[in-house]
Design a protein around this ligand. Structure first.
Ligand code: FES
Length: 171
């Protein structure tokens, strides 16, 4: 019969303090005190000091960043004519711009394409309040470009003009 001892770690004695107390003569009393010193692990809870350094940089500088936008008051249109160039109740044809400018009433300016809607000829003259196409004799009102006389069936195409002071510009 074999006795197998389980291998188990032998716990080492924590601390053995032998206190030899010399008593009376000849007697040695050995007192073995097994004192296990309990470790007082004082876990000092260090207070976390939240050092909130609220450094608010109060530089309220009055930024005078007002960049003065230089407003160039130039209209982007193409300078066309002076208001004085346009006869009241009539108009003027600008062949190079393919536009006819009329002044049906004092201070009121209109502009139309010179292209006749009939077959595409350019209107060539203005008389008696109408714009005349030389090709087939169509006539258009200086007031709104509408057809006054055929064979054209539709009026002249209106154009945008801007009157600034005494100058007329396209667009
Ligand atoms: Fe102008 Fe015919 S093209 S009337």
């Amino acid at each position: 019969m074999t006795t197998s001892e389980p291998l188990q770690p032998v716990p080492a004695p924590a601390r053995r303090t032998v206190v030899a107390a010399a008593g009376a003569a000849g007697l040695a009393v050995a007192l073995t005190a097994c004192g296990s010193s309990s470790d007082n692990s004082s876990s000092g809870s260090s207070g976390t000091q939240a050092g909130a350094n609220a450094s608010t940089g109060g530089t309220t500088g009055g930024d005078s960043g007002a960049s003065a936008s230089s407003g160039s008051g130039s209209g982007g249109g193409t300078a066309l004519a002076k208001t004085a160039d346009i006869p009241q109740g009539g108009g003027k044809i600008f062949k190079d711009k393919s536009v006819v400018v009329t002044q049906p009433a004092s201070g009121t300016f209109k502009a139309f394409s010179t292209k006749c809607p009939h077959q595409g000829c350019a209107v060539s003259s203005i008389s008696n309040g109408v714009i005349v196409c030389p090709c087939h004799g169509s006539e258009f009102s200086v007031t709104d470009g509408s057809v006054k006389k055929g064979p054209a069936t539709t009026g002249l195409t209106a154009q945008n003009v801007t009157v600034s002071g005494d100058s007329i510009t396209l667009g």
